[in-house]
Design a protein around this ligand. Structure first.
Ligand code: C5P
Length: 238
């Protein structure tokens, strides 16, 4: 029996991770958040005070990528009872839980630089295909920018999520405001547009919709509706 692969791509804050997490949870599939992998390498580089733009810095980051273990685990939050049983995807870098640390502004601002280094993408690609071919899983939901086009071109289902930039920035703003009251909406919107531009314009594996991907616009659809549609499509294909 072959592993069922779902690729979910789209720009920053289009709802990829949350959607993928719920879809994976409902189907009993593994969730791989490929953006979290680039974030984990970025976090490791920042912790070591590597000078990003220098030649030495780049070879140092490449070395880090070669020598890092990145693992995922999907769990329900401890003590969740009643209404909110939202699944969570935990990310482990060299066996340390970095799920929260990879979401800081500092990591977010530097991650597109790291993700544009061709050698880094090569190392991540091998890891990503490795997860998707684990023998002990029924299926995988992988989200990112180049999953349908480059990482899993053989995925049975490809989804491209879009949403208006203002709507995406507002979602991210509301998430961040819960943790930090000082966040500024305009700053989030600016960062988001800058990251989209870098992801769209880079030479290796830019953000692209695969020709065979189904486009879902999350501006007007709720999370439940999106998840429902993807589950329905999967059940038809399986
Ligand atoms: O999905 P998320 O916003 O966490 O991704 C962080 C960054 O990682 C993106 O802005 C992009 O630069 C990079 N990325 C990528 N390819 C992927 C997933 C993420 O280049 N498949």
């Amino acid at each position: 029996l072959s592993i069922f692969k779902i690729a979910i791509d789209g720009p920053a804050a289009s709802g990829k991770s949350t959607t993928s997490r719920y879809v994976a949870h409902r189907l009993g599939f593994m969730h791989i958040d490929s953006g979290a992998m680039y974030r984990a390498i970025t976090l490791k580089a920042l912790r070591q005070n590597i000078k990003f733009e220098s030649h030495n810095g780049i070879s140092h980051i490449i070395n880090l990528a070669h020598n890092s273990s990145i693992q995922f685990a999907t769990t329900k939050p401890i003590g969740s009872s009643g209404g909110d049983n939202a699944p969570q995807t935990m990310v482990y870098l060299d066996d340390e839980d970095v799920s929260a640390d990879i979401r800081t502004m500092d990591v977010t601002r530097n991650v597109s630089f790291v993700a544009a280094i061709p050698e880094i993408r090569k190392v991540m690609l091998a890891k990503q295909r490795g997860y998707a071919n684990s023998t002990n899983i029924d299926g995988v939901v992988m989200d990112g920018r180049d999953i349908g086009t480059v990482v899993l071109p053989d995925a049975q289902l490809k989804i491209f999520l879009t949403a208006n930039a203002n709507v995406r920035a507002m979602r991210r703003y509301e998430q961040l405001k819960l943790k930090d009251k000082k966040v500024v909406f305009e700053e989030i919107l600016r960062d988001l547009e800058k990251r989209d531009k870098a992801d769209l314009e880079r030479k290796v594996s830019p953000l692209r919709k695969a020709i065979d991907a189904v486009v879902l616009d999350t501006t007007t659809l709720t999370l439940n509706e999106i998840v429902g549609k993807i589950i329905e499509m999967t059940n038809k294909l399986r």
